[in-house]
Design a protein around this ligand. Structure first.
Ligand code: ADP
Length: 259
């Protein structure tokens, strides 16, 4: 039917993806990619068909996080305009980091290239596509929101006041673009000292209550600093598939997936 054809032209290979979720942050280094990849694996473990799309052209993290830095993109033989996703443990992944030649891309071109990459990847039928967004709330992010129509967003932050101010910017950007913020993740909120066993809050108590009261954010997830998260990230094996389901870290990520 004609309607279907038009819709396919608009969404390309995203056509059969049921829900597209953006994982976003306003600053780099707060744990956005870590949350994105672990959320993807938690959903996969719950029995869903999942893909992850790395929309960060300037700092792609997904190839490192799944230890596939040497993977090379290929087109299916009969469909030269499509791209085969790189699969890892049942997760379909795509990143500009897999491209053989990485051209220098000027700002205005970024969103067009990222959108094209998302739409040409053979995702097939997916329940969820998690999009690891580039950090920030600028032109690139706004255009991506408009082109890849997100069903919801997860905003990742750390507990400092500066990060809190940015988180509001993020929520407001998604509000304006009619994308509901499904959850705010406060990462690195505390650590448990292995000497004294006490909980320490190196960045203060955080601002979650204020977010709940002022912005009506119902779902918040707090992730402590765990050396295992950093260790397995460096290894290229996300904790959600490494640690048993009963482990606190895995439980936190699966509660985020249930939200
Ligand atoms: P971003 O995508 O926001 O730039 P990353 O997800 O790449 O951030 O995380 C930055 C670094 O912090 C990575 O080395 C990652 O392993 C580490 N990291 C993230 N969250 C945690 C955590 N809760 N505990 C320990 N290390 C973490």
């Amino acid at each position: 039917p004609k309607d279907q054809e038009t819709s396919f032209k608009k969404r390309g290979q995203l056509e059969n993806v049921k829900k597209i979720i953006a994982v976003s942050s306003c600053k780099g280094g707060v744990g956005k990619s870590t949350v994105a990849i672990n959320l993807a694996f938690s959903l996969l473990k719950q029995g869903h068909k999942v893909g992850i799309f790395d929309a960060d052209i300037y700092g792609p993290s997904i190839p490192t996080l799944i230890n596939k830095e040497n993977a090379i993109l290929q087109a299916p033989e009969d469909r030269p305009k499509e791209i085969l996703p790189i699969e890892y443990e049942g997760l379909k992944t795509m990143s500009y980091g897999f491209a053989r030649k990485k051209a220098i891309i000027r700002g205005p071109m970024v969103s067009a290239i990222v959108t094209q990459l998302a739409m040409q990847t053979q995702w097939g039928d997916l329940d969820y596509l998690i999009v690891d967004m580039p950090p920030g709330t600028g032109d690139i992010q706004i255009t991506l929101c408009q082109e890849i129509k997100f069903d919801g967003a997860v905003v990742v932050t750390t507990p400092q006041k500066l990060a809190f101010v940015d988180v509001i910017k993020g929520i407001e950007m998604f509000d304006e673009l009619k994308v509901p913020t499904l959850a705010v993740v406060e990462n690195m909120c505390l650590f448990v000292c292995d000497g004294c066993g006490k909980e320490h809050h190196p960045f203060g108590p955080g601002y979650m209550n204020m977010l709940k009261n002022q912005f009506g954010i119902q779902s918040s997830v707090q992730i402590p600093i765990y050396d295992m998260i950093a260790k397995y990230s460096d290894y290229g094996r996300p904790v959600s598939i490494t640690l048993p389901d009963e482990h606190t870290i895995t439980k936190i990520y699966s509660s985020l997936a249930e939200n």
